[in-house]
Design a protein around this ligand. Structure first.
Ligand code: F6P
Length: 255
């Protein structure tokens, strides 16, 4: 942590914490837009934080993405903690399998020696199909567990970039941009004031469930993501933010 103090990241974390009413802010040195190894550090930092706050019996919901995928490799079993369940925060099979929430959930569970439940429901089903899928007893049971999550660990992305990565059509992307979407997290799109302007039609956590979650941990870095992080922090508080220097410095510039 020598570098941390050397670069003066502590006062920056403190300022972000106060400005956005975060419960905790951790900043790793560097910028993950420029250096992939910084993402690994984000994963380590998130794993370390999770270890400290996890309790026996917790349900942990995770999302997908390249940043979240760095958490399981850094995770280890937490002594004295039992009966943990890891689930994806939302269904959605739109991502590459390596960075899908189901994969991250299963890998995190393996490291924690926990159980896991997965959701195999694609994004963007027609409303009628969605309705019948969520009424399947097996899915319904898993959804109940997801929606009772104690801890949510999630990535944040730029609305356009993530919309495209998750297979939205150009037309849909244009529409969400017109609504002012700048950020995406767990299937919700936010404008710069932190208002939800669009939702992916997938199953899982709903906006209303968030207030029942004990700890919401957002993990996102790289200065290009600063506007998206800003939007999310305006939407939700108190959040635990695990970010990097590039995003953190830019975030304060934007405010
Ligand atoms: O698609 C899953 C997801 O967690 C999104 O909700 C989020 O916006 C994105 O991944 C972040 O991805 P990355 O960490 O690769 O930038």
């Amino acid at each position: 942590h020598f570098i941390y103090h050397l670069r003066g990241l502590n006062p920056i974390a403190q300022r972000i914490k106060e400005q956005f009413n975060c419960s905790y802010v951790s900043i790793v040195p560097g910028d993950s837009d420029e250096d992939e190894t910084v993402k690994m550090q984000l994963g380590k930092e998130a794993a370390c934080y999770l270890k400290k706050v996890i309790n026996s019996g917790d349900v942990i919901a995770v999302t997908g993405g390249t940043t979240m995928a760095q958490i399981p490799p850094a995770m280890e079993e937490v002594p004295g903690v039992e009966n943990i369940t890891v689930v994806p925060g939302r269904g959605g099979l739109g991502e590459k399998v390596e960075i899908e929430s189901n994969t991250t959930a299963a890998e995190l569970a393996k490291k924690l020696k926990a159980q896991y439940k997965l959701l195999y429901v694609p994004d963007n089903l027609s409303p009628e199909t969605m309705e019948s899928v969520i009424n399947e007893p097996g899915i319904r049971e898993i959804l109940k567990i997801v929606r009772s999550a104690d801890i949510l660990l999630h990535g944040i992305g730029g609305a356009e970039e993530i919309g495209r990565r998750r297979g939205l059509s150009e037309d849909e992307i244009k529409k969400i941009k017109e609504k002012g979407a700048v950020a995406e997290a767990f299937g919700f799109y936010f404008n710069k004031n932190g208002q939800v302007v669009h939702m992916t039609s997938s199953v899982g956590l709903t906006i209303g469930d968030l207030k029942n979650i004990r700890i919401v941990i957002a993990i996102a870095g790289g200065k290009n993501k600063a506007p998206a992080i800003q939007a999310f922090l305006k939407y939700h508080s108190p959040t635990v933010l695990i970010t990097d220097e590039g995003a953190a410095r830019k975030l304060l510039e934007l405010e």
